[in-house]
Design a binder for this molecule. Structure first.
Ligand SMILES: Nc1ncnc2c1ncn2[C@@H]1O[C@H](COP(=O)(O)OP(=O)(O)O)[C@@H](O)[C@H]1O
Ligand SMILES: [Mg+2]
Length: 252
């Protein structure tokens, strides 16, 4: 399988002297094109730092991160921003939306700076994504007039505007009730089926069980790499059980 991301010996240190924290302590990881990978681990184990390192959102202290064979640390700020904007999508626990803009405008806003695209194309793309994610009809709504699940769907639409090769999601279901969380996960599974790779941080076994593969972090390293689709096929209960067992083994 062709790799989209290759991380070698990634080290990330915050602070200095007695304040020094080694958030990542030599992580080696490869993610294939189109793969759906979850990251699990105790709070503070380095999940978010890993996501930030692999996406070039934050610089690393040592080691290497290649995206499509391009070494991210060697890129200029502009070139790196370009790659993040056109080839990567980002979803967080709470989508940051501007309160004075409606849902549709929030979704298209980051794409408007791309002068190669015309506004009608951009709006059509946004509307088709809103349909796909089940929020058609909410275009004119204020961001305060929709549910948390609907807002997260809008956040996902915004992240998919440029048809990214990979979607990075840091606890995207963390603020949702279990029904909305499951709906968002099913949506992510469908997005992945269409070919977008996904790297998703979660501490919910039910959420992680939908991924193809789970990386477990502990004290800034990957301590386990579980291939779910190989071991348990499509039976969700069996997959969840496998995840829960592995969580206990790793000590989460
Ligand atoms: N900006 C930062 N400054 C200082 N320490 C940080 C910063 N971000 C993360 N850390 C530390 O790095 C470690 C890993 O954090 P993080 O990746 O956020 O963990 P997780 O997402 O698994 O909860 C923690 O000890 C955390 O306190
Ligand atoms: Mg985190």
């Amino acid at each position: 399988m062709k790799k989209i991301i290759t991380g070698k010996n990634i080290v990330k240190t915050f602070g200095e002297g007695s304040e020094k924290t080694n958030a990542l302590n030599g992580v080696n990881v490869e993610i294939a094109k189109g793969e759906f990978v979850a990251v699990m681990g105790a709070s503070g184990s380095g999940k978010s730092t890993l996501l930030f390192a692999l996406s070039g959102m934050d610089n690393i202290s040592d080691g290497s991160v290649k995206f499509d064979d391009i070494e991210l640390s060697e890129l200029s700020e502009n070139k790196l921003a370009d790659i993040r904007r056109t080839k990567m999508g980002f979803v967080f626990q709470q989508p940051t939306m501007l309160k004075n803009l409606n849902l549709l405008d929030n979704i298209i806003l980051p794409t408007l700076q791309d002068d190669k695209k015309n506004i009608n194309e951009i709006i059509q793309r946004a509307k088709s994504l809103m349909k796909k994610t089940g929020i058609s009809g909410l275009e004119k709504r204020d961001t305060t007039q929709v549910s948390g699940g609907q807002l997260q769907r809008a956040g996902i639409c915004r992240a998919l505007m440029n048809s990214p090769e990979i979607l990075f999601a840091d606890e995207p279901t963390g603020a949702l009730n279990s029904k909305s969380a499951e709906e968002i996960m099913d949506l992510l599974v469908n997005i992945n089926k269409d070919g977008t790779a996904i790297l998703l941080v979660t501490h919910d076994a039910k959420v992680a069980a939908k991924a193809d593969r789970i990386l477990f972090t502990k004290d800034g390293v990957i301590v386990s790499d579980l291939l779910l689709y190989k071991s348990k096929g499509k039976d969700m209960d069996a997959r969840i059980e496998k995840v829960v067992t592995q969580m206990a083994d790793v000590g989460i």
